[in-house]
Design a protein around this ligand. Structure first.
Ligand code: FCB
Length: 422
């Protein structure tokens, strides 16, 4: 399916700390949950119990023949108070990174995957310019400890969603609905990324490769004939897909992006309903649900061509690409096998057309706690029993294993993402 996938292609799966570990650190998200702000009643306190099952989960990763594992570190757990590092927590992640390395699995570490420590959020979070340095300091501490085993780093998971959902749409903490605050947060997160890149390079001890994982989502107007809807959809589409890599790839003297991570799921429509507030609704809604056609348990349309298009679009910035997330909520595992094949085929086509895609990370390794959907959304290659937390591979896990076995040749190549500089 992946055509001429190179020997070094990373075959991976992804998770994020807050969603799988259980008992996450005190963060803006645990606070948001406690305040009843989530649209569901599920608590991330259980997750998938990954914190105490890392060894078992690594066993599964090995059994599936994956050559890479993308996980995130929980900033709130590592730095529970400003400047105080919880050594035991940091050691646990260091163990995980070393254990991946020892098994020939490339660890890919995300430093920020949506949750920030509560103390950081209370100090203004990414709404305040001076806070960029606080994130960079944390990044440096993690890099200093994990840098021996980790060479691929992602500063921010979906900074575009972090800003759009948290500062403009009010759906994620801090729950702001302000375009102006969104613009400020964009600048602060970009500054935090730049500074974190510097900190990781200074502390990692080997030449790291650093990127962001962007959620690429095409946004179309619900009614193509409505000029305002069309204009706003185009604006949001640009913000989601082009703004971040364009802004960050612009730094040429001291590059701050070694690769672009692409998270891809589906497509969206934007609908304007100027009178909706009268009925308690939103003026502007981003709709991902489809009424018909192939769609996930969350009713997100299945659209593999969209991945090919996203990769072609990301490739314009002239950097290597990683598909850092792609998957489907499908508890019955009815659609996932074809979903997987079709999206890998889309990557092969994008590669043939010149996009330099170096890896694929399925979302997710495990059924987990979803931000807006709780435990209902089941994205795992491994099914997790909610009562016992026992793992059981779904059929698509075996399918993925077989695809990898056919295409994987040897361990990851150290020159994998090496950038032709100059
Ligand atoms: C992405 C997030 C990830 C997960 C998937 C379904 O937007 O990065 O944490 O929630 O969606």
């Amino acid at each position: 399916v992946t055509g001429d996938a190179p020997a070094a292609f990373l075959w991976g799966a992804a998770t994020s700390a807050h969603q799988v570990e259980g008992a996450p650190g005190r963060s803006d998200w645990t606070e948001w949950e406690a305040a009843g702000r989530l649209p569901h009643r599920d608590s991330a306190a259980t997750g998938a119990g990954h914190w105490h099952r890392m060894e078992e989960d690594l066993g599964w990763i090995e059994a599936l023949g994956l050559s890479a594992y993308r996980f995130s570190v929980d900033w709130a757990r590592i730095e529970p108070e400003p400047g105080r590092i919880d050594g035991a927590a940091l050691e646990r992640y260091a163990w995980l990174a070393a254990a991946c390395r020892a098994r020939g699995i490339e660890p890919v570490v995300t430093l920020h995957h949506f949750a920030s420590p509560l103390w950081f959020a209370r100090a203004g979070g990414f709404g305040r310019a001076t806070n960029a340095e606080i994130f960079a300091r944390f990044a440096g501490r993690v890099a200093a400890r994990l840098g021996r085993d980790v060479r691929i780093w992602i500063t921010f998971n979906e900074p575009n969603v972090l800003v759009a959902a948290g500062y403009i749409a009010g759906r994620f903490p801090p729950g702001l609905k302000s375009l102006r605050r969104g613009i400020v947060a964009t600048r602060v997160v970009q500054a935090a990324h730049r500074r974190a890149v510097g900190a990781v390079r200074r502390h990692a001890g080997r030449e790291p490769l650093i990127g962001i994982a962007l959620q690429m989502l095409e946004v179309a107007p619900e009614r193509a004939r409505n000029p305002l809807e069309r204009a706003l959809a185009a604006l949001l589409d640009t913000f989601m897909n082009d703004t971040w890599p364009r802004d960050l790839a612009r730094d040429r003297a001291e590059p701050v992006l070694d690769f672009i991570g692409v998270n891809y799921y589906t497509r969206a429509r934007l609908r304007l309903s100027p009178l909706a507030p009268v009925l308690g609704g939103e003026t502007m809604a981003l709709l991902m649900q489809a009424e018909e056609g192939l769609r996930s348990d969350l009713r997100w349309p299945v659209w593999p061509e969209g991945l090919e298009r996203a990769l072609a679009r990301a490739a314009r910035h002239g950097l290597p690409l990683l598909v850092t997330e792609n998957g489907i909520a499908d508890s019955a595992d009815a659609l996932r096998p074809d979903f997987l094949r079709a999206h890998l085929a889309a990557i092969a086509r994008a590669r043939q057309a010149g996009a330099d895609v170096r890896g694929y990370f399925h979302w997710s390794l495990l059924d987990n706690w979803e931000w807006l959907e709780g435990y209902e959304a089941r994205f795992g290659l491994l099914e997790v029993d909610r009562a016992t937390l026992a793992r059981r591979p779904r059929a698509s896990a075996f399918l993925y294993r077989d695809i990898i076995a056919r295409h994987r040749r040897g361990p990851p190549d150290p020159a994998l993402l090496a950038r032709e500089r100059g």
